[in-house]
Ligand binder design. Structure first.
Ligand code: 3SL
Length: 241
């Protein structure tokens, strides 16, 4: 009998129903920019992030006095002071605080996956630390890419490929799905130069048109942190070793 655990890649939250219940750990990935911003937030001392799928929910929290941010289509939603830029979370005023956040795709993926046994946040920023932690867990892992409004995207798939490539190389994991094989090959093609590989990707173009080049560079620079955000009772907190 094959004792190996599975690591698979789901390209979009819309496909999550096909994978649900087969994996103890779900890694939610939104490289540009939600899960990168979340990793940056914990690296910079935030206490918790309450991810909410809708702008209305974020506004309700804001009206109750919470620090709340919202992003749609790459831009800060009117009525909010911050959105999804990782640099917004390098704010000394946020240290030790709880922040509410709603984004186009990333918080939607977290909402879709919230009933899994363990939900963690992945990005290129924490990719090595997260992969090593996953290897030690001895559980089946699903990398859930957030994509863009239900569609496939390259940057999340490459990050998922990096995680699965690492786990598969250990010999302790196997992958059965074509999505997982494709993600691994995309990662292997991109890994020497993420910025160059993703030059003409749709979301990179979208963010570049919004003058968010610094965000793009930051989010595509791997291993800037070892923090692993984990979902506990509806809030993201820092996983303690
Ligand atoms: O979709 C999301 O959750 C965002 O990361 C999108 S954006 O990078 O802010 O455009």
């Amino acid at each position: 009998m094959d004792e190996r655990k599975r690591v698979e890649v789901c390209f979009t939250p819309d496909e999550y129903a096909y994978y649900k219940d087969e994996f103890e750990i779900v890694v939610v990935i939104d490289v540009l920019r939600a899960t990168s911003a979340m990793c940056a937030a914990f690296e910079n001392g935030i206490k918790a992030i309450i991810p909410v799928p809708t702008v209305e929910e974020a506004m309700e929290y804001k009206q109750k006095g919470y620090l709340a941010g919202a992003e749609r289509k790459g831009q800060i939603v009117e009525g909010f002071d911050f959105g999804n830029s990782p640099f917004s979370y390098m704010n000394p005023d946020f240290v030790g605080k709880e922040v509410v956040l709603s984004t186009t795709n990333g918080t939607r993926s977290l909402d879709v996956a919230k009933d899994a046994e363990i939900v963690v946040v992945g990005s290129l920023l924490n990719v090595d630390a997260l992969s090593e932690w996953l290897l030690k867990q001895d559980k089946n892992v699903l990398c859930l890419c957030s994509g863009w409004q239900g569609k496939f995207n390259l940057e999340d798939t490459i990050c998922a490929g990096a995680i699965s490539d690492f786990l598969l190389s250990s010999g302790k994991f196997t992958a059965n799905e074509d999505s997982s094989i494709a993600a691994k090959y995309l990662f292997q093609s991109a890994s020497k130069n993420y910025l160059g590989f993703l030059k003409s990707s749709s979301h990179r173009r979208r963010l570049k048109n919004l003058n968010l080049n610094e965000d793009i560079k930051y989010c595509l620079t791997p291993n800037q942190t070892e923090v692993i955000p984990v979902l506990k009772d509806g809030k993201l907190v820092k996983l303690e070793a």
